[in-house]
Design a protein around this ligand. Structure first.
Ligand code: NDP
Ligand code: A1CAB
Length: 275
């Protein structure tokens, strides 16, 4: 399979790493471009054997899939830049938060197959939770190609596009929330006198164990939590502080704010660049 990436940042690299690791593509079948950071393209070439390019015509011609992996604010510039080279059989997949399929279709001008996906950076270790929506022009064959790409980097769900802002907030941004909790656990470990390296190992195993328990047991998260929380014990004392500080409510507000921001990103960029 030949895949071209427009954008060479965190998300593009995470997908490229997954594709190479799972032997879905050879490095030489992956073309990658960015705006101007040649050093980054050279770094990706050294790491994965991909082919860097600034030739947009060559990047699009012959690609089974062209992946948009630029920030939402750069969507319009990229869609304009590639417009002269688009062919009707080009299959585009965007991972841009908030940018709708309708906006991309309008800007591409040529009727093409377009998918909008929301992976996460755990793609680089084959553990992305990805959701994807397709426009009417995506053929069954192209859906299979997309499934091959996304299953090489983790699990995939096909969803209605109107769910993607919520999914962006939940699982697209999700790894950052977990890292935030880990940062707090690392800081607290330092403050209660634990060695940082040892604390890190304990935190990692605790996370991995809790994830495994959640996926392998029939119990809800609340029941698993209850099983850890002895009456009058240490966990109860800790959770009491979280409740007093409304941490659960803060997390709910956090995910709602992220979902609103995904909607807003689309609206801002689409209204700045009307079709
Ligand atoms: N990071 C994440 O966890 C996730 C990100 N996403 C989505 O993925 C997209 C990319 O995010 P991320 O990888 O974090 O962003 P980065 O900032 O890491 O990378 C953005 C890339 O886009 C390139 N770019 C910008 N403008 C152009 C242009 N006009 N032509 C070609 N390339 C251009 C940049 O090139 P240069 O460096 O030369 O400027 C850079 O390589 C976003 O839309 C985001 O919403 C989706 C899921 C998760
Ligand atoms: O923060 C962002 O906008 C992107 C989308 C999901 C994760 N990172």
């Amino acid at each position: 399979m030949k895949i071209s990436f427009i954008g060479a940042g965190s998300m593009a690299e995470a997908i490229i790493a997954g594709l190479i690791e799972k032997n879905i593509c050879r490095g030489k079948d992956i073309l990658v471009t960015n705006r101007e950071d040649r050093a980054k393209l050279e770094q990706l070439e050294r790491r994965y054997g991909i082919r860097p390019t600034y030739d947009m015509e060559g990047l699009i011609k012959g690609a089974d899939i062209v992946i948009f992996a630029v920030k939402p604010k750069d969507a319009d510039a990229v869609l304009q830049k590639i417009q002269p080279y688009i062919q009707m059989d080009t299959f585009f997949i965007s991972v841009m938060a908030g940018i709708s399929i309708a906006f991309m279709e309008e800007k591409l001008k040529v009727p093409c197959a377009v998918a909008r996906a929301m992976p996460n950076t755990s793609a680089s270790v084959g553990k992305s939770a990805t959701a994807v929506s397709f426009n009417q022009r995506v053929s069954d064959q192209q859906k299979k190609l997309a499934a091959t790409v996304f299953s090489s980097i983790g699990i995939t769900a096909v969803v209605e596009e109107n769910k993607l802002d919520a999914i962006t907030a939940l699982s697209g941004s999700g790894p950052a929330y977990i890292y935030y909790v880990v940062e707090a656990m690392e800081q607290s470990a330092r403050e209660i006198g634990l060695d940082s390296n040892m604390a890190k190992q304990l935190i990692l195993q605790t996370l991995a164990g809790a994830a495994e328990m959640l996926s392998s047991s029939d119990c809800a998260a609340s029941e698993l939590r209850k099983a850890v929380t002895s009456p009058g014990g240490t966990t109860e004392a800790g959770i009491e502080v979280l409740q007093r500080n409304k941490v659960e409510e803060a997390f709910i507000q956090c995910i709602k704010a992220a979902a609103e921001q995904s909607k807003r990103l689309g609206q801002i960029h689409e209204s700045k660049h009307p079709v």
